[in-house]
Design a protein around this ligand. Structure first.
Ligand code: ATP
Ligand code: MG
Length: 504
């Protein structure tokens, strides 16, 4: 869930760094590999072609002398059986053909430049005969060991220098080899390279994923713990089983948590001490102001009455705040007195609604209770639950304008009772929804009309529900009213425990 908050996660970044790198490296390797293999294949082809031409030339001496191609036929047949050999020519006197095998249309004449080259170099050679270079051809001179030479007249070329070692040239062998096999093998090599690249990529993906997971899991865990800490739960230990830098960070966070917990406790103690100390003088102020207002100490004029009323109003607000603070402090440290018992929710709510009806009527708001008469009795602390309803219904009336409606509904759901407090009021924006259960949080009113309140009501409500092992949440839309929903377990066995304050 926390991962959703991250726009560019570490995982994604790692992917974007590693995967293109691996892709680049494997493509480069594949390119070099394919090139090397091609070179090797071509070198092999040249070796093979040259040796075929030379062998043929070596075996052809007798056939050329005797002008009888049957002498050479078996050797040529052997070569011809190789499927990439597309033509074989054996030339004799003046470039005349003695033997010819061909699988393709080709100029059978011996080219003058080929003759010239053979007679000049006396060496076999190869060339691409066609522009498409799909066939490479190989030439080799046929030497004669006999004394009399027909060489000079043989292929009507002028011989510049004649090697002595090999004898006279009496013919030329010519072999064409198609690149079909090479192309096939090249295709295979490309396929293999693609397969290797893909496998490397998949491995890179998996490794990156695992690596990222290994790194991010403790970070996310740490973030979660810190978030809990941020919500004010200083009791949850931040422990990450990692002996690396993240483990160190976690330990540092935990020692910070302990310090914060200590500070928080000091703050609570201080607030509760000050609240206690303020309570007595405040009660006196309120009391005396009320006596003045009652006229027992002499009639007050209009201005004095107005000021006295302000004193009463503000001291009431202050005393509400102090009561709220003290209650919260008690709840936080599990010191709230509570006692569960079975009672009828319908009657209970009706009594509260009757009390609050005067408030509702002032604003022409209708209060409706929709609790089925056969709803099983609930098990809760009556006083605490009264505070929950007074606050929720009080809020609903406070934040709903004239002519609105507030509904209290309860539904039995086997293990729990679900209770709704629905109003048709001003609603709460999504930004504020998360925060309204925080102490002192009050939504800022756009039109500047401040409603009375301390901002402690919902924090207390949440504590009370959690003491009962229930849950409370809110749904709202600005302008469309608000729904507070809370649950209470239906079991008597519910033990009121010291609760988790993490969500505050
Ligand atoms: P107190 O309850 O201490 O008198 P309060 O009512 O302002 O003060 P809470 O009950 O904690 O404080 O509520 C917090 C804030 O949540 C309110 O100030 C108000 O902005 C908003 N709020 C609560 N209930 C409603 C509601 N039914 N409709 C609209 N806003 C609400
Ligand atoms: Mg309130």
């Amino acid at each position: 869930m926390r991962e959703k908050k991250i726009k560019y996660s570490f995982k994604k970044k790692l992917f974007w760094y590693i995967v293109p790198l691996i892709l680049f490296v494997s493509l480069t390797f594949a390119g070099v590999f394919i090139q090397q293999q091609n070179k090797l294949l071509k070198e092999n082809l040249v070796d093979r072609g040259m040796s075929l031409a030379v062998n043929l030339a070596r075996m052809s001496e007798l056939a050329i002398f005797s002008e009888e191609d049957s002498f050479i036929e078996p050797a040529i047949e052997g070569m011809w059986s190789e499927d990439d050999v597309v033509y074989i020519f054996l030339y004799k006197d003046k470039g005349k053909i003695l033997s010819k095998y061909t699988r393709m249309r080709i100029n059978e004449k011996l080219y003058a430049d080929v003759k010239q080259k053979i007679y000049n170099t006396r060496e076999p050679f190869w060339q691409y005969p066609f522009s498409s270079s799909k066939v490479w051809e190989f030439y080799a001179p046929v030497f004669s060991t006999a004394e009399e030479s027909i060489e000079d007249s043989l292929l009507d070329v002028k011989v510049e220098k004649r090697g002595k070692s090999k004898g006279r040239i009496i013919g030329i062998s010519r072999i064409g080899i198609s690149l079909i096999n090479i192309n096939e093998q090249q295709k295979k090599i490309i396929k293999l390279s693609i397969r290797i690249t893909l496998t490397l990529l998949i491995i890179a993906f998996i490794v990156t994923y695992l690596l990222a997971k290994k790194i991010t899991t403790p970070i996310l865990e740490l973030a979660e713990r810190v978030e809990i800490l941020g919500r004010g739960n200083f009791d949850e230990e931040i422990r990450i089983k990692s002996s690396d830098e993240i483990g160190l960070l976690a330990r540092e966070f935990d020692s910070m948590r302990l310090k914060l917990r200590k500070l928080n406790k000091m703050k609570d103690d201080f607030v509760s001490l000050v609240s206690h100390e303020l309570r007595t003088p405040l009660t006196s102020i309120k009391g005396y102001a009320s006596i003045f207002l009652s006229g027992k100490l002499g009639q007050l004029d209009e201005k004095q009455t107005e000021k006295m009323e302000k004193i009463v109003k503000h001291s009431k607000r202050l005393s509400d705040l102090i009561t709220g603070l003290l209650d919260l402090s008690k709840m936080r440290y599990g010191k709230t007195d509570h006692e569960g018992k079975y009672f009828s929710l319908g009657k209970h709510v009706q009594n509260i609604v009757d009390e609050l009806d005067i408030l509702a009527k002032q604003k022409n708001i209708s209060l409706e209770v929709e609790i089925p008469s056969d709803l099983p009795d609930i098990y809760a602390d009556e006083k605490l639950l009264t505070r929950v309803f007074i606050n929720l219904i009080g809020n609903a009336i406070k934040f709903t304008s004239e002519g609105g409606k507030v509904t209290i509904r309860a539904v039995d759901e086997q293990d729990l009772t679900r209770i709704y407090c629905i109003d048709t009021g001003m609603g709460i924006s999504a930004v504020d929804l998360d925060k309204i259960f925080n102490e002192f949080y009050r939504v800022k009113n756009k039109n500047g009309m401040e409603k009375e309140g301390t901002g402690l009501g919902l924090a207390i409500v949440k504590h009370i529900i959690e003491i009962h092992q229930g849950k409370i949440w809110v749904k709202s839309e600005v302008g469309n009213g608000t729904q507070f929903i809370f649950t209470l377990p239906n079991k008597k066995e519910v033990k009121y425990e010291k609760k988790d304050f993490s969500r505050r």
